[in-house]
Structures are given as structure tokens and as C-alpha cells.
Design a protein around this ligand. Structure first.
Ligand SMILES: Cc1ncc(COP(=O)(O)O)c(C=O)c1O
Length: 447
């Protein structure tokens, strides 16, 4: 476990030299580097829940590194599968000459998304899904946007206030936060319309009405949504909203596209968060935990829809990329999915998620800084009160305090007011308790 004192007084000689190099040679907008080298840490290696920095200090990761390391960092089976594949075939020809792993993974994704019989009371035998493999999450969103355009002949999309769907030029249209969009507005087409993300029943009715209204005024081909908004501060809609959204989009013949890039692969205690609400979207966007660490993503749509949208290849695919369906990514994804299933990580995320929420609620009662605790599975947000608004948001202060305690976390929400707790799904109850104690100490130290 972490050693608080040594983190507070860490010497950072190796890290400082690396950060100095980055300052010289990496674009300055990427990493924020404190003049005294107190931020960031430089990751050297990771295993399971743990991360070691370049100066050999040990940390616990409560972020899964942006939600990627769901089965733990450097999961042995996933690493073995990737290594084996690397020695056999390191690269194939995505849209020209495929490789076996791509077929295996496309079938596995079809089973998990559209084929899983009787999932949480959903109708059985839903059918098949077809996949477009991509590299990072935003590309999966863009493949879904293209699918909607082809399938419906309509250009526009409805997304939600607070939404984060990535920063590529297509997906950026549907990402809501101005910080990411403002410098590039002149190059954005602006085909997205935003409605409030509802967190109560009455807001849900309002948002559904707005969707109906927008669809009568604009050529809407899809509604794109996160089943739980991540970067907006772990915001949950009501289940009835998702059911209503499914019904409305079906009636209007608009595609329902679920961005499960963060919520997918067990994060919320189900393979996909939509399933808990009892709905199946037309298209899923998947990424992050799919491979456990290799940059690969997927747009998986209902087979009939995908066949309607996309023509047969004439020999020149209209949507592809050099690394499409990378053999190493496919091998790792197959191992990662097996690992999540074999180690029963969905069940673990449900149980330990409930335990974590109850621990954090106890803490909320004892700390005047905690406004709300919410989440599902191991996707939990601890919303904080901003004391006196100052230059450094409270979430950032807490994040740095936790780092000094040996815990890696990220703040979410437009004002960084929510501490996100999204650890690897292998986290244990004692580790959750240790996190809660560290958080209590950090909150106690805030004036
Ligand atoms: C819900 C959601 N969609 C899309 C993305 C973009 O994924 P990527 O950063 O891999 O492009 C993210 C990344 O955080 C995300 O959380």
C-alpha cells in the first residue's frame, strides 16, 4: 500500500529531468508542468491497482488510467495475448487483407452487444451486430455519425449538454464543453443540437419534448448519448428517461447511438450501462477498457442497420484507416473480455461499487465539503462544495492532496467539482476503505 509521508516529501530527480525534456520537445498544451516539479508524476510501470513513478514511488490508481485498465494494469493474460500476437503478426491490412483475430473479435462484440440472450430481462435473440473497428474513442463516435448519415440521409445529430464524445473534428461537434470547441469554431460544421442531460423525472420529460421539437425542425438522423455522463461529473439519467428516449427515437426513425466508451465492459456493473436500463441502442461506441491498453475502439451497430447504411466494398472502403482492426489490439481485446467474464468483474463492480458508495456516504456525513455521492458500479462521483471560489478549484486541490497520499484520481465536471472514483474493477474492499480514509484526511485539511 501507499506510504503517505514519502509521497509528501518525494524527491523527483529522474522525473524532473524527464519533465524538462517534455517541456522542450512536446507541444506545451498537452501536459501542465509545475515549476517545482510537484506535478505531474512520471509513470514508469504499473501492475494491477498499482503504479510506480520514475523515482520508484508507489501509487494506487483510482482512475484505471481514464477507465482503460478495467481488469487491472498490465493484466497478465492480456499482456501474454498481446505479446504472442506481436511475435506472430504485428500488422495486417485492415480493409484489404484481414487476419483471424478481427473476425473473432467482431463476433464476440456482436454477442455482447446485440446477441446476448435474456440479458437483464431484455428480449432474447435480439440478433447480430456488425462492427467498424477504429483506433481511438472519438473515431468510433465518428463512424457512428457517418452510419447515421448514411442510414437516414439526415445530417444533424442531437447530443446532450455536458457531453464528451472526443475531440476529432467530427466528434467535437457533439462534445459540449466550450473549452474544447471555442478555438476551432470556424472549422466546425455545427451539425449538433444540444438538449439538457436530465437527472430528474421532470427534466427527463422536458428533454424528450425538446428532442421531439428539434426533430420536427431539423434533419435529425441520430441522438447520441452517454448512459452516464463521465466528464460532465458522473451524471446519471433516470432509467425511465433512457426507456423514453429509446421509444421516442424508434417512433421518429432516428438512430439511438450509445457512447459506451467509458461506461462499457463492466465499469457500471453490466457489460454495458444501457442494459441496466433495459434498453438496446441501434449503435454502440466502444473503446477504453476494450483492450485494457492498446489504442483500439469499435462502432458496433445492429447488423440490419449497418447493412442498410454501408454499401458493399467496391475494393475501396469509404471509411477505413491504416491500423483498422489491429491484430495486437484484437488479441488483447479477446483476452480482456475473457478476463472480465472469468473473474466475474461485473459482479465485483456491482458489489464493491455499492460498498464504495456507502463508505463515501459515511464520509459525506462527516465532511462539510461533500455535496453529493452518486454512481453505478465502479463509476462513482463525489461532488464537492466550492469553499470560497479561488484560482484553484476544490477538486484540483483534493486531487493533489490525494496524490500526496499516494492515490491517483481525476476531477470531473465543468468546474472540476467532482472527484471521479473509477478504479480497476479488481479493487478490494480494504483498498476502498484506504481510499476513503485518505480522502477524509485530505478533506479535513481543506480550510
Ligand atoms: C464517453 C466518451 N466518449 C468518447 C471519448 C473519447 O475517446 P478518446 O479519447 O479515446 O478519443 C471519451 C474519452 O474520455 C469518453 O469518455
Amino acid at each position: 500500500m501507499s506510504k503517505p509521508e514519502s509521497h509528501k516529501h518525494r524527491t523527483t530527480s529522474v522525473s524532473s529531468a524527464i519533465l524538462a525534456e517534455l517541456q522542450l520537445y512536446e507541444s506545451r498544451n498537452i501536459v501542465q508542468i509545475a515549476a517545482d516539479s510537484s506535478w505531474p508524476i512520471v509513470w514508469d510501470r504499473a501492475q494491477g491497482m498499482k503504479v510506480w513513478d520514475a523515482d520508484e514511488l508507489e501509487y494506487m490508481d483510482a482512475t484505471s488510467a481514464f477507465g482503460v485498465a478495467a481488469a487491472g494494469h498490465a493484466n497478465k493474460r492480456v499482456v501474454r495475448a498481446g505479446r504472442k500476437q506481436m511475435g506472430r503478426l504485428l500488422h495486417a491490412m485492415g480493409d484489404v487483407h484481414p487476419h483471424p483475430g478481427k473476425a473473432l473479435l467482431a463476433r464476440r462484440l456482436s454477442e455482447l452487444t446485440f446477441g446476448d440472450p435474456g440479458l437483464n430481462g431484455l428480449p432474447t435473440g435480439l440478433g447480430k451486430g456488425k462492427t467498424i473497428f477504429c483506433n481511438s474513442g472519438f473515431e468510433a463516435v465518428e463512424a457512428a455519425l457517418k452510419t447515421a448519415c448514411l442510414a437516414t440521409g439526415k445530417s444533424d445529430v442531437i447530443a446532450f449538454e455536458g457531453a464528451y464524445h472526443g475531440l476529432g473534428y467530427g466528434s467535437l461537434n457533439t462534445t459540449h464543453r466550450n473549452h474544447f470547441k471555442a478555438p476551432f469554431l470556424s472549422q466546425l460544421k455545427g451539425f449538433a443540437h444540444f438538449v439538457p442531460f436530465p437527472e430528474t423525472e421532470s427534466q427527463a420529460i422536458g428533454s424528450l419534448k425538446q428532442i421531439l421539437h428539434l426533430s420536427q425542425k431539423h434533419p435529425i438522423g441520430a441522438v447520441l448519448f452517454e448512459p452516464i455522463q463521465a466528464r460532465a461529473g458522473i451524471r446519471l439519467p433516470t432509467d425511465t428517461f433512457l426507456v423514453g428516449l429509446r421509444k421516442l427515437t424508434s417512433e421518429l426513425a432516428i438512430l439511438l447511438v450509445a457512447d459506451e466508451i467509458y461506461t462499457g465492459f463492466g465499469r457500471t456493473g453490466d457489460w454495458f450501462a444501457c442494459h441496466r436500463a433495459g434498453i438496446v441502442p441501434d449503435v454502440y461506441c466502444l473503446g477504453k477498457a476494450l483492450t485494457g491498453g492498446f489504442p483500439m475502439s469499435a462502432c458496433v451497430g445492429r447488423a440490419e442497420l449497418m447493412d442498410r447504411a454501408w454499401p458493399h466494398s467496391s475494393g475501396e472502403a469509404i471509411h477505413t484507416s491504416t491500423f483498422l482492426g489491429h491484430p495486437v489490439g484484437c488479441a488483447m481485446a479477446l483476452a480482456q473480455i475473457d478476463e472480465i467474464a472469468k473473474r466475474k468483474l461485473l459482479h465485483r463492480a456491482q458489489c464493491n461499487g455499492r460498498f464504495a458508495i456507502s463508505e463515501f456516504q459515511k464520509l459525506a456525513k462527516a465532511s462539510r465539503w461533500v455535496r453529493d455521492v452518486r454512481g453505478r458500479g465502479l463509476m462513482i462521483g463525489i461532488e464537492l462544495h466550492e469553499p470560497i471560489p479561488g484560482p484553484i478549484p476544490i477538486g484540483v486541490r483534493v486531487m493533489k492532496g490525494l496524490l500526496a497520499e499516494g492515490w491517483i484520481v481525476l476531477p470531473e465536471g465543468e468546474g472540476s467539482e467532482v472527484i471521479a472514483f473509477t478504479p480497476p474493477l479488481i479493487i478490494s474492499k480494504p483498498e476502498i476503505k484506504a481510499f476513503s480514509s485518505s480522502l477524509a484526511r485530505v478533506l479535513h485539511s481543506i480550510q
